[in-house]
Design a protein around this ligand. Structure first.
Ligand code: GLA
Length: 387
């Protein structure tokens, strides 16, 4: 991590000829269980991980924003005024945050900034939420504005929805803003109440395997899944005469009794969400009681449901899950994040981590066009300033 901070600060000096006034870093995340439930007002259980986006900045005396993305060696510039619009460019994440703050009637001065990071892009580890939270916290501090983490997370989600055009839920921004070292965050996405639960230690490791498959076309398919859930809620409300607000309100019995109101496809989408909300609650209870075996079993069920009912996995993620599940000492594994490529997350006893890596090497890397990267990660604190 010191490395990225240094890259970001050195990049700032090179570009702007002075030290930045402040440096902020925000983590990526891995979701342990509770996938595609956040925008259905369900539960999620992610942890912020030790992969970061760093934002170094100083104020300017005019209303220009000048940003260098150190990793791409590219600059972007815009004028801070009302009615900013997106351009389909990486700088939209920065502009989107500025725009949201302006919508909240917060005054934003111009700034010079650099951004660097080591959260892999397009791997389902929320590099974009980390950019939003690092930029957001950085700009608030530059302008002497305080804002609680949950509110900052909502601003980031709004920026992503309106500027980037992905109708994402709140999970990624929320954990990047509010994560805690050594803990995963059990979040109720209906009212944003949350509970920090210890997870991952010297014996039980959170291991990520990046399949090497970059997500493609995710945004449109993601938005489609979200619409399918909303459609399911409307159809089930009509059929039952109840006014469901979201799939959180629908029980599995409702779904089974009124299956005739839905196409097979929408039925599958709804079944995934409803069962996943239940699994997440159950998994967190099990973990709190120290029952990691049950937690691991539920991770496996989650994967199957995402593969068969929600149809957001893919052959590489499925293969990786099968390979690691066979390794002794691996407690559970599943795809993590939106899907369509990216990563799987595993919970494994420390003694099993090297066998897990070897299994991926021989079972996946040796006969795939992709090379998976395996790393044990550590739950860390959410966004914060580096002094
Ligand atoms: C992406 C979105 C999140 C969430 C996950 C799926 O990461 O940004 O809001 O919906 O997909 O669980």
């Amino acid at each position: 991590m010191a490395d990225i901070v240094q890259r970001c600060v050195v990049g700032f000096r090179e570009r702007f000829g002075a030290d930045p006034k402040l440096v902020v870093r925000a983590p990526g995340r891995v979701n342990l269980i509770g996938e595609h439930t956040d925008y259905n007002e369900g539960y999620v259980f992610p942890a912020a991980i030790d992969r970061y986006v760093v934002f170094a900045a100083s104020p300017r005396s005019d209303n220009q924003a000048v940003i260098r993305a150190v990793s791409f060696d590219q600059d972007a510039e815009f004028t801070i005024n009302r009615g900013l619009s997106s351009e389909g460019h990486w700088s939209d994440y920065v502009k989107g945050m500025v725009n949201e703050f302006q919508e909240m009637n917060l005054r934003m001065a111009g700034f010079d900034a650099t951004i660097a990071g080591d959260v892999p892009v397009g791997a389902g580890l929320s590099s974009s939420a980390a950019v939003e939270m690092a930029v957001g916290r950085g700009l608030l501090e530059l302008n002497d504005i305080s804002m609680p983490g949950p509110k900052l997370a909502l601003a980031g989600q709004a920026a992503e929805n309106s500027f980037v055009g992905v109708n994402c839920g709140i999970m990624d921004q929320f954990v990047s803003a509010n994560g805690r070292e050594g803990h995963a965050l059990f979040l109720d996405c209906r009212d944003l109440s949350f509970d920090l639960v210890p997870v991952g230690d010297e014996d039980l490791r959170i291991v990520i395997c990046n399949s090497g498959v970059k997500r493609g076309l995710t945004d449109s398919v993601y938005n489609e899944r979200r619409s399918a859930c909303e459609h399911g809620v409307r159809q089930l409300s009509l059929a039952t005469g109840e006014s469901f607000r979201s799939l959180r309100d629908v029980t599995i019995e409702h779904l089974q009794d009124y299956s005739g109101a839905l196409t097979e496809e929408i039925y599958g989408r709804c079944r995934h969400v409803i069962t996943e909300i239940g699994r997440t609650e159950q998994a967190v209870d099990a973990l709190k009681e120290g029952d990691v075996e049950t937690f691991g079993g539920l991770m496996g069920e989650s994967h199957v449901s995402l593969r068969d009912d929600y149809e957001v996995s893919g052959p590489e993620l499925d293969r990786l899950v099968e390979i690691v599940q066979r390794v002794d000492g691996v407690v559970g594994a599943r795809m993590t994040g939106a899907g369509f490529g990216g990563c799987i997350v595993c919970l494994a006893h420390d003694a099993a981590v090297s066998a897990l890596s070897s299994a991926v090497e021989s079972g996946y890397n040796a006969n795939s066009e992709y090379t998976a990267e395996v790393y044990a990660c550590r739950p860390v604190n959410g966004v914060g300033r580096i002094e």
